[in-house]
Design a protein around this ligand. Sequence first.
Ligand SMILES: C[S@@+](CC[C@H](N)C(=O)[O-])C[C@H]1O[C@@H](n2cnc3c(N)ncnc32)[C@H](O)[C@@H]1O
Length: 374
Amino acid sequence: MACAAQYFESRAMHAASAARIPDILHQAWLEGKSDGLTAEELSQKCGYEKNKCARIMRLLATGHIFNQTGPETFSNNRTSAALINNRALANYIDLYGGEYYASSQHLIEAFKDDSLALERAAFTQEKIYNPEGKTFWDYNDENSERHDMFAAAMAGSAQTNLWALLNDYPWGKLGAATVVDVGGGIGSLSLPLLKKYGDLSVVIQDRESVIAQAENYWKTNYSTAIEDQRAVFQVADFFQRNKVRGAEVYMLRYIMHDWNDDACVKILSAIEASMTKKSKVLIVESLLIPAWLPARAASTLSIAPKPLLPNYGQPQRFTHCRDLNMMNLINGTERTVPEMTHVIESAGLVVEKIWECRGSVHITECALPADVSA
Ligand SMILES: C[S@@+](CC[C@H](N)C(=O)[O-])C[C@H]1O[C@@H](n2cnc3c(N)ncnc32)[C@H](O)[C@@H]1O
C-alpha cells in the first residue's frame, strides 16, 4: 500500500521545495530557533494553509526528510539540508513533479509498445505540458523556461556525486590531456574538473542552443579557462564523426541513458572513427545494478553481504526509477553491465575497466581493441 501511495511523498516534497521550506527553516536556525518553526509560523512564511502545511511536513518527517521536533514543529535534517539555497536541486524536483509525473500516466500504454523510438515515448502523449505532442528534446528547445530549468537541473544533479567523480577516477594521471565533453551540456562536470586538474583542457560539444548557454555559464563561472583556451566550445552533432581527432579522452556524461541501443552504437561509432591508440572513452553514468548478481567471483561490481540484496536494495532505487523515467521521456534506458558492454562492443570498442565511484555512479572506461591500428 505504501508503495502505491508513494507519489504523495513526492508531491509533498515538491510542495516543500517549491515553497522553499528548507531555506525558511535554515533562516530560522540561523536566528537561533534550533527546534525549527511551528506549522503556523511556516504557514505565514510559505503561504500554505497551516493545517495543510503540518500534514505535508509530518509525512515528510516520517520519511526522514525534515525532523519533527514537537507536535507541530519542524526543522531541517541532513536530508532536507541538501535543498538549502540549492535552486538546481529544486529544479530537478520541480521537473519530476511537473511534466515527468504528468507523462508517467501514459506509461501503461507505452509498456505495451515494442518501439523504442523517441517519437513514441510516453511524453509525446502528455497533454497538459505538451499539447502538441512534441518529442522531449523539441519541447525543451521551444520552451525557454523549462529548457533553462533542465540545464540547471543537470548541473544540480552533477553536484550530488561531483566529489566522487572528481576523486574516484585518476584524472591527475592523464596529465596535459584534452577531454572532449560529448553532449557536454553547459559543462557541469568539465568545469570543476578543469578547476581541480590544471593540466586538463576541454572541448565542450553540444547542440547550438546549448552551446550558447555553456559559453555564458563559463564566462560567469570560469572565464580564465576561456581566455587561456583551456575551454573551447563546439556546435556538434554526436551522430556525426567527432570533429576532434585523437583526443586523449572522449567523455559522455549521462548521454547513453538518453538513447536506445541502436542510437548509442551510432554515437560511440562516431567517436570510434576519430580515436587513436592513445584515446579513451569515459562513459560517466550510473550502471543499473539489479537485485540479482552473479556469484562474487564472477561479478564485475561489488556485491553486498547476505542477508542484504546483492545490490544493497535501497541505494539503487533512484537509478531504477530513473530507468523508467528515461523510458517515459525519451525511450532511453539505464543499462546493466552486460547491456552496456554489448553496446560498447557493437561499436567496435572494448571495456577496459569499470570504476565504481562513491554515490552509485560509474565510469566505464573503453578503448580501441588492442589489435586495431589507428
Ligand atoms: C542529459 S543531458 C547531459 C548533459 C551533460 N553531459 C551533463 O552531464 O550535464 C544530454 C545532452 O545531450 C545533448 N544532445 C542531444 N542530442 C544531441 C546531438 N545530436 N548532438 C550533440 N548533443 C546532443 C543535449 O543537448 C544535452 O545537453
